[in-house]
Design a protein around this ligand. Structure first.
Ligand SMILES: *Cc1c(COP(=O)(O)O)cnc(C)c1O
Length: 323
C-alpha cells in the first residue's frame, strides 16, 4: 500500500513549490493535482521521478502539457478516454470511476462503453472518491467501498485508490492499493495524534486607547463600552480573513489570551480588542496550537480546506524542516 500526496490548489494554499520537494524527500512517490497547469508547476519543483496524476483528466488543449511534464490524466468520461487514445497514445493513464458521489468519473455503464479500449488504455491506477468520509458511520462509505470492489473485478491487475484523508482514517477496508491524503498533511481534520502543521502570526501596526463611546472601523459598527485598548493588525479580507467574520466572529491569540476581532474586517487591516493584555506583543496569532485550522473554520461556518486555500499570496511563508 502506497501513501500518495494531494497538492492541488498550490498545496492547499501553502506553496506546492516548497511542499512538493519536502514530501518527495520524505519518500512520496506519487502526487495528485486538480489541473494540468498545476502538474506542470509541480513537475518543475519535484523533478522527473515522482508520478503526477491530474484529477480533472485530459481537458481540451492540454495534451502537450501532459506530454511535456510527464503527467498522468485520471480519465473521467468516455470522451476523455477517446481523446487520450487519439492524442496521447501509449502514454500512461489512470481511470476515475464514480462509486456514488456523482461528481467526477465513469459511471458503470460508461465504464462498460470503454471496456473494449481497456487493453489499449492500460490504466496504471483506478481511483474513486468518498462523498462522506468525514462521517465514519455514514452508509455511503461502505456502499462506495463495495462499488469500488465491483469495479476491481472488471479491472484485473489494476491498482485501486479510494481514500483521501477521511477514508485513510476510516481504516484498512478503504485503503486498497494507494491512499491520497491532502488536508491531513496540512493540519486539517482533527485526529487525536495530529500535531499543528500551519501557524500564522499577524503583525500589529498600531495600538491605541479608546474612550467609552468611541467607535472603531468602517461604519462605526463597534463602540467601546468602557475604556479599551485596540490593536490594528496587518491582514484583512484580501488575505482570506472573511469580512463576514467581523465584530467578534473570531479571535487572535496572544499566547493563551484570546483577543476578539472587533469592528469591520477591512481589505488589509483588522482591529482587535487587546484591553485584557498587560503589554501588546509585536505579533498576534491567528493559527497555532491554541487555534487550529479547523477551530477557525468552525468560527467561520466553513471547513479547514477553505481557510487554507483562502489565505492568499501576501503572507510571508516560512518552511520549517523538510529539505
Ligand atoms: C481533494 C481530493 C483529495 C484529497 O482530499 P483531502 O480530504 O484533502 O484529503 C483526494 N482525492 C480527490 C479526488 C480530491 O479531489
Amino acid at each position: 500500500m502506497e501513501t500518495a500526496a494531494v497538492l492541488k490548489a498550490d498545496a492547499y494554499g501553502l506553496g506546492a513549490g516548497a511542499v512538493g520537494p519536502a514530501l518527495a524527500a520524505a519518500g512520496v512517490r506519487s502526487f495528485f493535482v486538480a489541473l494540468a497547469e498545476e502538474g506542470v508547476a509541480l513537475r518543475e519543483a519535484v523533478g522527473p521521478v515522482p508520478a503526477i496524476y491530474v484529477f480533472a483528466g485530459l481537458m481540451p488543449g492540454d495534451a502537450p502539457l501532459f506530454e511535456a511534464a510527464d503527467l498522468i490524466p485520471c480519465l473521467n468520461s468516455p470522451g476523455q478516454a477517446a481523446d487520450f487514445l487519439r492524442e496521447l497514445p501509449g502514454r500512461p493513464c489512470a481511470l476515475q470511476v464514480d462509486t456514488g458521489m456523482n461528481r467526477l468519473g465513469l459511471e458503470p455503464a460508461e465504464f462498460d462503453a470503454i471496456a473494449g479500449d481497456l487493453a489499449r488504455l492500460a490504466p496504471v491506477l483506478a481511483i474513486s472518491h468518498l462523498a462522506c468520509s468525514d462521517e465514519p458511520d455514514h452508509p455511503m462509505n461502505a456502499s462506495q467501498a463495495a462499488a469500488m470492489t465491483d469495479f476491481a473485478a472488471r479491472l484485473p491487475g489494476v491498482r485501486l485508490s479510494l481514500a483521501a484523508t477521511g477514508g485513510t482514517l476510516l481504516g484498512a477496508p478503504f485503503h486498497f492499493g494507494l491512499v491520497r491524503p491532502g488536508v491531513g498533511l496540512y493540519g486539517g481534520m482533527p485526529f487525536a495524534a495530529a500535531s499543528p502543521v500551519v501557524s500564522l502570526s499577524l503583525p500589529v501596526v498600531q495600538v491605541r486607547d479608546v474612550a467609552p463611546g468611541e467607535a472603531v472601523g468602517y461604519s462605526a459598527t463597534w463602540t467601546a463600552a468602557g475604556p479599551a485598548r485596540i490593536a490594528t493588525v496587518s491582514a484583512g479580507y484580501a488575505d482570506g480573513l472573511l469580512r463576514a467574520l467581523g465584530n467578534g466572529g473570531f479571535d487572535l491569540l496572544a499566547g493563551d489570551v484570546r483577543c476578539p476581532v472587533i469592528g469591520r474586517v477591512s481589505m488589509d487591516l483588522i482591529t482587535v480588542d487587546v484591553t485584557g493584555l498587560g503589554s501588546v506583543p509585536a505579533m498576534l496569532d491567528l493559527l497555532g496550537p491554541q487555534q487550529g485550522v479547523d477551530d477557525l473554520a468552525r468560527s467561520a461556518g466553513t471547513i479547514g480546506y477553505e481557510i487554507l486555500t483562502s489565505l492568499g499570496p501576501r503572507y510571508e511563508r516560512v518552511y520549517k524542516g523538510g529539505s
